[in-house]
Design a protein. Structure first.
Length: 163
């Protein structure tokens, strides 16, 4: 009986490791309407991701210019830039596009939603472009897009600590 319990227990632990080990991604939000996320915090996180992308771009340029290129560090900064651009896209899509910009039949709300969706699309495109280059002009465009989105989303009178 003890052997059976031990075998069953080991099988259960092994199955748990298989399940947990096969999890691929976590997104900006779980898509359950839990109400625990703050929209303003997501905007701040978007700005932090942009700042990290900018630093990564600068380090990539700096490391690439060295006489003896440290490829290990160079690859790490490229991966860092890619990861933060992806996280920026996840917040724009998984959180704002899919959950916060609500479907509506109201013409006024629909017009605002179209502007919000266009701005979120712009953020995603510039995030994609940031993966392809080290041109800091993209950072300015990203910051402007997040700033514009924030003002559209919250209204012009609300201040959120983004760049």
């Amino acid at each position: 009986m003890r052997k059976l319990i031990r075998t069953a227990g080991l099988s259960l632990v092994f199955a748990l490791f298989l399940i947990v080990g096969n999890q691929k991604n976590t997104f900006a939000h779980c898509e359950v309407p839990c109400g625990i996320y703050a929209d303003s915090v997501r905007v701040v996180l978007m700005s932090e991701h942009i700042t990290t992308i900018e630093k990564s771009m600068k380090k990539i340029v700096e490391l690439s210019a060295e006489e003896n290129v440290n490829y290990n560090q160079l690859v790490r900064w490229v991966n860092n830039k890619e990861e933060h651009a992806k996280k920026l896209q996840e917040i724009a899509t998984q959180y704002f596009m899919f959950q916060r910009v609500k479907l509506t039949d109201d013409a006024v709300k629909m017009k605002k939603n179209q502007k919000l969706l266009a701005k979120l699309h712009e953020i995603c495109v510039y995030a994609m472009k940031s993966k392809q280059t080290t041109d800091l002009k993209i950072i300015k465009k990203l910051n402007n897009a997040v700033h514009d989105f924030s003002h559209l989303y919250f209204g012009p009178g609300k201040h959120h600590h983004h760049h």
